[in-house]
Design a protein around this ligand. Structure first.
Ligand code: IPM
Ligand code: MG
Length: 364
């Protein structure tokens, strides 16, 4: 998984601030990345490029060729956010989200890893009763390059004078196998439990998904426990007993939906990071969107992006000690009670970034 750069060369990072709160949070995350690399004596080269609405505003497509080429040649890519109401009326091909989907495809990042952990001092911000939220520690492994997001045929047309629209949910065996392997490997480093989520009581594609995951499990990962759950029931259990889950593996659409649901368990979607990995550069981004309602006010929580930098340090830059150190810094700042508005505090985006930098100062 994921291209590791040579530990001695400069780390080549492409930053894509994007839309809405993207630029504000990316700025803080880059300052933190700089500090971590400096502490490890690692040089870093960062170039900022356009994606999403920021690109179309500049008269470019949502994924300009030069952005794509730079990302493919980088060690890792840091994305802020894409999208916003301003772009809702654009042609589908010009929508900011298209830029992100095209980038995922270009990078070949077939696995999206979204860890969700409740952090004790924040349990009261979870919409769940504290006793339910406490102890949540799960990872959603979402297939990212297939399923209904990319399936063909798709479109809107006219059949016998009746307008209709369709998408196709399709998975090939290798597409399921590769993401299942990642989920089982991750489970091996955790509680060794995988829940594969599908809709096999209705969908053929889900029956096939279940068959392929079961086969990989039997042949390669029999030391890990595997269970299956229908997506509707899994959605219910995520809020009824989230601590029952360790690793969830699921397709693109179900993963999209379940990760927004799971994200709020931790107290705020603004806290959570993600890593999209394939065989080349990794793509790191917070789970939250562009939050147009608070964009430009300097109040967005940068911790989801900063925690994504920790994932980058670990999975793409071969700096696991710095990743651990950064995660400890995030915990320490939250424990001190420093909070942005989404968590009931009044620290600004910049202040939160500066606090993390300060917490990183004493070299471990
Ligand atoms: C996500 C987002 C994206 C997705 C959008 C912005 C295309 O919701 O990363 O979860 O649907 O994958
Ligand atoms: Mg989503």
């Amino acid at each position: 998984m994921s291209g590791e750069s040579k530990p001695n060369g400069p780390a080549k990072i492409v930053a894509l601030p994007g839309d809405g709160v993207g630029p504000e949070i990316t700025e803080q995350a880059l300052a933190v990345l700089d500090l971590c690399c400096a502490a490890a004596g690692r040089k870093i080269e960062v170039v900022e490029m356009l994606i999403g609405g920021a690109a179309t505003d500049a008269g470019e497509p949502p994924l300009p060729d030069k952005t794509r080429d730079a990302c493919v040649a980088a060690d890792a890519v840091l994305l802020g956010a894409v999208g916003g109401p301003k772009y809702d009326l654009l042609e589908p091909e010009l929508r900011p989200e298209r830029g992100l989907l095209a980038l995922r495809k270009a990078l070949g990042v077939y696995t999206n890893i979204r860890p969700v952990k409740t952090f004790a001092p924040l349990a009261e911000y979870s919409p769940l009763k504290t006793e339910l939220a406490r102890g949540t520690d799960l990872v959603v492994v979402r297939e990212l390059l297939g399923g209904i997001y990319f399936g063909i045929p798709k479109g809107i047309d006219d059949k016998d004078g009746v307008r209709r629209a369709y998408n196709t949910m399709v998975y090939s065996e290798p597409e399921i196998q590769r993401v299942a392997r990642v989920a089982f490997e991750i489970a091996r480093g955790r509680k060794k439990r995988v829940m594969s989520v599908d809709k096999a009581n209705v969908l053929d594609v889900s029956r096939f998904w279940r068959e392929v995951v079961t086969d990989i499990h039997q042949k390669e990962f029999s030391d890990v426990a595997l269970d299956h759950q229908y997506v509707d029931s899994a959605a219910m259990d995520l809020i009824r007993q989230p601590s029952k889950f360790d690793v969830i593996v699921t397709g693109n659409l179900f993963g999209d939906i379940l990760t927004d649901e799971a994200a709020v368990l931790a107290g705020s979607i603004g806290l959570l990071p993600s890593a999209s990995l394939g065989d080349g550069p990794g793509l790191y981004e917070p789970i939250h969107g562009s939050a147009p309602d608070i964009a430009g006010q300097g109040i967005a929580n940068p911790l989801g992006t900063i925690a994504s930098v920790a994932m980058m340090l670990r999975s793409s830059l071969a700096m696991p000690a710095q990743a651990d150190r950064l995660e400890r810094a995030i915990e320490s700042v939250l424990t001190q009670g420093i909070r942005t508005k989404d968590l009931g505090g009044n620290a600004s985006t910049k202040e939160m970034g500066a606090e993390i930098c300060r917490a990183l100062e004493p070299q471990a």
